[in-house]
Design a protein around this ligand. Sequence first.
Ligand SMILES: Cc1ncc(COP(=O)(O)O)c(C=O)c1O
Length: 345
Amino acid sequence: MPERKVDLRSDTVTLPTQEMKEAMIEAALGDDGYGEDATVNRLQELAAEKLGMEAGLYVPSGTMGNACALFAHTRSGDDVFFEERAHLFAGARGEFAVLNGVRPHPMQAEFGVIQPEQLEDAISSEDVSQPSLLCIENSHNGSGGSAWTPAEAESVSKSAKAHGLKVHMDGARIFNAVVAHGVDAKDYTQHVDSAMFCVSKGLSAPVGSLLCGSRSFIDEADAVRKRMGGGMRQAGIIAAAGIVALEKMVDRLAEDHETAHLLCAGLEAIKGIKIQRPPTPTNFAMVNVEALGWRSESLIEKWKTCGILANPRPPAGARLVAHRHITHEDVAYVVEATRQLVERG
Ligand SMILES: Cc1ncc(COP(=O)(O)O)c(C=O)c1O
């Protein structure tokens, strides 16, 4: 058995802090089905305030937050535009498009950043009859945690709006983008109609995501959430941790970015290993071992023998995600273990 375990599969493995656990014990509770859970209400208000939007909705997962947004923004037959690796479609395997009867239009965009001209070309294509919604993802998971600039979000959203489209931002890790660019979340969200973010990823809360938008949009999204069975009753017990996540855990995401940077620098110094870096990276390290003649699965298996856990990015890559439980000693261990694995071949 390896003496050490370094879990770099995702920032979703983070455990709640002591402060979160204490807040959970003390949380004022009520039936959220009647809007009477004071802690859920506070988290929803706080989320809306941070994003500069009218209202927020606490949902069990990012997947459900995105699904509620998609359902609330669209009707059957609508055309929906997104980057081809977007979690909302690729990660969720398009179930929501099928369920809501929308027609999905994937676009390939460098580092996930859709350009206005690209969107315009897609909208003017012959098979588009009811252009309705643009989904953008920030930071962009599929391209290695690439953080959009606010200007990029603004220009594609402007173009979408000029064509009468609504814009939804899957900001599961929006605060990573905020910290990476040193901007305010509102610098992004002022350009979109709705945004979802997760408190259960790098922010370390155990459960939950927030969907934000106008009051009428959130009322509709809430109806969708209930229809899908996402009503949660005394959810303040978990929402309490979400409040701590938003109030106390955002700034420290910079530490995760530094950890990812150290991982990239250390691994890149090993002959045969390449790192794919987006223009503004966040907490991911995207490793490529093609030059060693290794496949993703063999890299993952070799790392496993050293207690290092990561997710494959076929055909010859892997994704390592830095988070609160990864120390600089862990980074040194991963780099040294990888060096030895490469030497052994
Ligand atoms: C960009 C993005 N959106 C949505 C989700 C879904 O979040 P959840 O796992 O809470 O459903 C994820 C999960 O990793 C994600 O990376």
